[in-house]
Write a protein that binds this ligand. Structure first.
Ligand code: CO
Length: 145
């Protein structure tokens, strides 16, 4: 077998847009009782991320650092809520090429850096049943596994 189809999954994290990161951290950390895994700013996405351990799947609270950034625009249009579902993949470039070959519309032509040293790409919600889909290849070692 020379060219197996890339498989998506397991789900790595769910991205949740929040208007107020401190309020989101209080809800997930103190009210829901989940553990904060990491917090970092991803300048390229104009977002600050607070990630909680949902038991094998992370819940990433996404707060905008720029009203014209992707989360800023999402919040203005849709308000707070689930923003994307991210699947872990072994080879993000190969998976992206496969999905494009299947006719899916993507937001990225090539993978780009995401949080935690991952390489990521996004599939347009219009091609994925109304869900913005992220595919993410973890760094060879380390990262937020
Ligand atoms: Co994500």
């Amino acid at each position: 077998m020379t060219n197996p189809l890339p498989q998506l999954g397991p789900v790595d994290h769910i991205g949740i847009a929040v208007a107020d990161l401190e309020a989101g951290k209080r809800l997930y950390g103190e009210v829901f009782g989940l553990a904060l895994v990491f917090e970092e700013e991803v300048a390229s996405e104009r977002v600050r991320v607070a990630a909680f351990d949902g038991g094998g799947i992370r819940l990433e609270l996404l707060a905008s650092t720029d009203p014209d950034g992707p989360i800023g625009r999402f919040l203005a249009k849709r308000g707070e809520g689930i923003h994307h579902v991210c699947y872990r993949v072994e080879d993000v470039a190969a998976t992206l090429a496969h999905l494009k070959a299947q006719g899916l519309r993507t937001l990225d032509e090539v993978p780009r850096p995401g949080a935690g040293g991952c390489q990521v790409a996004f599939i347009h919600p219009k091609s994925a049943g109304g869900v913005l889909v992220e595919i993410s290849q973890p760094p060879a070692e380390g990262g937020h596994a």
